[in-house]
Design a protein around this ligand. Structure first.
Ligand code: DGL
Length: 262
């Protein structure tokens, strides 16, 4: 099956690794809309336009048979519309609020995301459904997307940005940080140093791959060394230059290292 993963940028690579290892016999396409990243600080109509164009390219031109929207922001504003327009499995990503609340249920949960996701109705509905005890706090972290796209993962600027953003919260009261943007997984090492040990991370990456397999009628394999082949696109242009592919590989390596941090 030809399965496309789509993100505004390279954050979606943090989901792609799981998908390629769990479904090694499928054929993957990865689309990073690098001409328009970041999405999270733009207007909702703008983002909807970008997502429509990406879907047209992936389905009409590249014959994708299933699409994973590996972007919480695009899912928040466009997944319902895309499901109305296209009759293929479309799997979205939402911040792992339920997973974090289920894991503890008494201490607070800090849900991070882009401004569009954090303000969005979809997230509000999720919170209204699962957060009966009002344990959730929201924190937009838009600059992490910019840092990630510039491959600035560990630096005094990143650390200072996160320190300032976290300052208003008494983190000893929290059980988890929800990484509600696929770009944020790249910063788990810096975050690990800033958060108390009692806080864990929650993301929707594994759950999204399970959902993809279920919706597409595929069976996941235990993740091993074998990995599915993948073609990369940047806003509709196939990535072929060795330097550009090496850059993507460097993100994939980092994403794999970040997976080991809990
Ligand atoms: N990676 C995206 C997400 O999961 C969005 C980043 C952006 O473009 O602002 O929300």
């Amino acid at each position: 099956m030809r399965i496309a993963l789509f993100d505004s940028g390279l954050g979606g690579l943090t989901v792609l690794g799981h998908a390629r290892r769990a479904l090694p016999d499928e054929e993957f396409l990865f689309f990073a809309d690098r001409d328009h990243v970041p999405y999270g600080t733009k207007t909702v109509p703008e983002v909807r336009g970008f997502v429509r164009a990406a879907f047209r390219f992936l389905i009409d031109k590249e014959r994708a048979e299933a699409i994973v929207v590996a972007c919480n922001t695009a899912t928040s504003v466009s997944a319902d519309e895309m499901r109305r327009l296209y009759d293929i499995p479309i799997i979205g990503m939402e911040p792992a609020v339920k997973k974090a609340l289920d894991a503890d249920g008494t201490r607070r949960v800090l849900v991070t995301g882009t401004p569009i996701t954090v303000r969005g109705e979809k997230l509000q509905r999720l919170i209204d459904t699962y957060d009966a005890k009002h344990l959730v706090d929201l924190l937009p972290l838009p600059r992490l997307v910019e840092f990630a796209e510039h491959r600035e993962f560990v630096s005094p600027r990143v650390e200072e940005y996160l320190r300032d953003a976290l300052r208003p919260f008494d983190l000893t009261q929290y059980s988890a940080m929800v990484l509600g943007c696929t770009h944020f997984n790249y910063f788990k090492d810096t975050l690990r140093n800033l958060l108390p040990e009692t806080m864990t991370f929650a993301d929707g990456n594994d759950g999204t791959v399970e959902e993809l397999a279920r919706r597409a009628g595929l069976t996941t394999l235990p993740e091993g060394a074998r990995t599915a082949r993948c073609t990369f696109f940047e806003s509709g242009r196939r990535v072929a230059r060795p330097e550009a592919l090496a850059r993507i590989e460097s993100y994939i390596d980092r994403a794999e290292r970040m997976e080991l941090i809990n």
